[in-house]
Design a protein around this ligand. Structure first.
Ligand code: SF4
Length: 240
C-alpha cells in the first residue's frame, strides 16, 4: 500500500488500483450513514467467543433470521460449549441447525473446531484472543472451516479487537463507494477500510455498510436516487 499526497488529495493505491476517497471523505460518508441508518440487530451469542464462532459458522450463506433460529435450536437443546459439542453425535448438531442450510457441512465444521479448541487450547478461546491481533487471526484461521471473515467476526465482536469483517455487503458497498479497490480480494478490502477509518469506528463501519447494502445499495438495482450518500459516490447511477 502506498499513500501519495498530491494537491491536497490523498490518492490511495492498493494492488495498483487507485481510489479517490480521502480519509476525510470516508469520515463524511460514515457520518451520513450514522445519521440515516439504525444499526442492524445482532444475533445474540452472549459475547462468548466460542458461541460467536459457532454463530458465524452457522451464518455462512444464510439469512440472519435462519441463523437466529438455528442457534436458538442448538442452545435450547445443548449447552453451547466446545466440551459439549465436540462429544455429541454430529447428527444431533445437524438436526438443530438444519434451518440454516448447508447443515451437514456446518455441523462438521463446528464439531471439528470444537475438538481442536478442546484438545489444543484446553476448551478456551480467550488465550488466543489475547494474542496480538494478527497472530490471533492466524491461529483462528488454522482451524478448518474458519476463514478470514469468521476470524474477524470473533475478534471484533467477542474480543473487541480492531478488526473489520468483510461480508458480501461490506465488499460490494465499499467498492462502489471507492473505499476499496474494485478488483480487490478480502485482504485488500479489509486493509483499505482499516486504513481509511479509525479503529474505534470499525464496528460501526462494518454494521453500517451491511445495513446500507441491505436497504439501499443492493446487489442489483441499487436505489442511487434515494441514497443518502450519493453525492460522495463515484458509482452513483452507474450500477444496474
Ligand atoms: S449512490 Fe448508488 S452505488 Fe453509490 S452507495 Fe448509493 S446506492 Fe450504492
Amino acid at each position: 500500500m502506498v499513500f501519495i499526497a498530491r494537491q491536497s488529495i490523498l490518492w490511495v493505491f492498493f494492488g495498483g488500483v487507485r481510489h479517490t476517497l480521502t480519509q476525510t471523505s470516508a469520515q463524511t460518508v460514515l457520518s451520513a450513514l450514522k445519521d440515516t441508518l439504525a444499526l442492524p440487530k445482532l444475533v445474540k451469542a452472549g459475547g462468548d467467543p466460542y458461541q460467536t464462532l459457532v454463530v458465524t459458522i452457522i451464518s455462512q450463506n444464510t439469512a440472519d433470521t435462519n441463523t437466529s433460529r438455528a442457534f436458538e435450536n442448538l442452545s435450547k437443546r445443548f449447552e453451547v460449549t466446545p466440551q459439549v459439542l465436540a462429544n455429541m453425535e454430529t447428527a444431533e448438531i445437524e438436526e438443530c441447525i438444519r434451518v440454516a442450510g448447508l447443515f451437514q457441512a456446518k455441523a462438521k465444521t463446528i464439531q471439528t473446531a470444537s475438538k481442536i479448541i478442546l484438545e489444543k487450547f484446553g476448551g478456551n478461546l480467550n488465550p488466543i484472543l489475547a494474542l496480538p491481533i494478527e497472530e490471533a487471526r492466524r491461529t483462528l484461521m488454522e482451524m478448518p472451516g474458519v476463514g478470514p471473515k469468521t476470524a474477524d467476526v470473533v475478534l471484533l465482536f467477542s474480543a473487541h479487537k480492531p478488526a473489520v469483517p468483510v461480508d458480501t455487503h461490506v465488499n460490494r458497498v465499499s467498492k462502489r463507494l471507492g473505499l476499496a479497490p474494485m478488483d480487490g480480494g478480502y485482504e485488500d478490502v479489509r486493509q483499505s477500510l482499516m486504513s481509511l477509518f479509525e479503529p474505534k469506528d470499525y464496528l460501526s463501519v462494518h454494521l453500517l455498510l451491511i445495513a446500507h447494502g441491505r436497504k439501499t445499495c443492493k446487489a442489483h438495482n441499487p436505489h442511487c436516487h434515494n441514497c443518502a450518500i450519493n453525492a460522495y459516490c463515484p458509482s452513483n447511477g452507474r450500477v444496474t
